[in-house]
Design a protein around this ligand. Structure first.
Ligand code: NAD
Length: 230
């Protein structure tokens, strides 16, 4: 059986594709306040502002492409059972060709019923407007996990982490919970790697490549492809 590589990615892996990160000084959230666009209360208060914010993110997604960081993770599938857990709401891992991607915080190309969280529809590049209805007649909302909402995929993600033979973290400040807590499910004996140009606080032994995903992910992938994989 192939060994399992579990990869936790954040906004940083998509930065070189041209999608702003969250907390860097030129990040997205310098221009918006989280509580105005990424909470359910904000949506109730001003649905048009929130829908437009995500419509803009979706339009931007259709103007960018996966970068070398995304592509290198696909290369890893030659020898390993690779499972990507991403905090990103873009689909650049899938566009690059990764076959197992678990989205913790939802996906821009999907929408769901305001009344039924399990009624999810593919919308591709289409905007969501007030009055757009889900099949149950309720208003469509972005299929995004907003701050303060439950993260339904956290359990399957934790199960993946428990089975990791190798664990790689790319481009996340490890500030957003519960995603940041996933590393605690990774067995102590599992070799861990981190790729991020900034120093990220991680309280366990980890091999650090303090550089951008475009160059750093290749170094980790080269190292793992040189290991016995079964
Ligand atoms: P974050 O902004 O908190 O952290 C980004 C990290 O990426 C930082 O540590 C930064 O040093 C690093 N980084 C910057 N450029 C990089 C590069 N070229 N290569 C590698 N690393 C780089 O992001 P987060 O930890 O993912 O948390 C942000 C939250 O915001 C998530 O919940 C996510 O859903 C959301 N978000 C998603 C996207 C997206 O889908 N692309 C973009 C912005 C925010």
């Amino acid at each position: 059986m192939k060994k399992k590589v579990v990869v936790l990615t954040g906004a940083g892996i998509s930065a070189e594709s041209g999608i702003s990160t969250f907390r860097d000084s030129d990040g997205l959230w310098e221009q918006y306040r989280v509580e105005d666009v990424a909470t359910y209360d904000a949506y109730l208060r001003n649905p048009e502002l929130v829908l437009n914010f995500y419509n803009e993110r979706r339009r931007q997604l259709f103007q960018v492409k996966p970068n070398e960081g995304h592509r290198q993770l696909v290369r890893l599938e030659e020898k390993y059972d690779v499972r990507i857990i991403t905090q990103n709401i873009d689909n650049l891992h899938e566009q690059a060709g990764s076959t197992h991607v678990l989205h913790l915080h939802g996906l821009l190309t999907q929408a769901r019923s305001d009344r039924d969280d399990n009624l999810i529809v593919d919308i591709g590049d289409r905007d969501i407007h007030i009055g757009d209805k889900a099949p149950d007649g309720a208003q469509l909302r972005p299929h995004i996990v907003w701050f303060g909402e439950a993260v339904p995929n956290i359990e399957p993600a934790a199960e993946l982490c428990e089975k990791a033979d190798y664990f790689i973290v790319v481009g996340t400040s490890m500030n957003v919970y519960p995603a940041a807590g996933l590393i605690h499910y990774v067995p102590r004996s599992t070799p861990c790697y981190l790729v991020d140009p900034k120093a990220v606080p991680i309280s366990r032994p980890i091999t650090i490549f303090q550089e951008k995903a475009g160059t750093g992910v290749k170094k980790v992938v080269d190292e793992l492809l040189n290991q016995p994989s079964e």
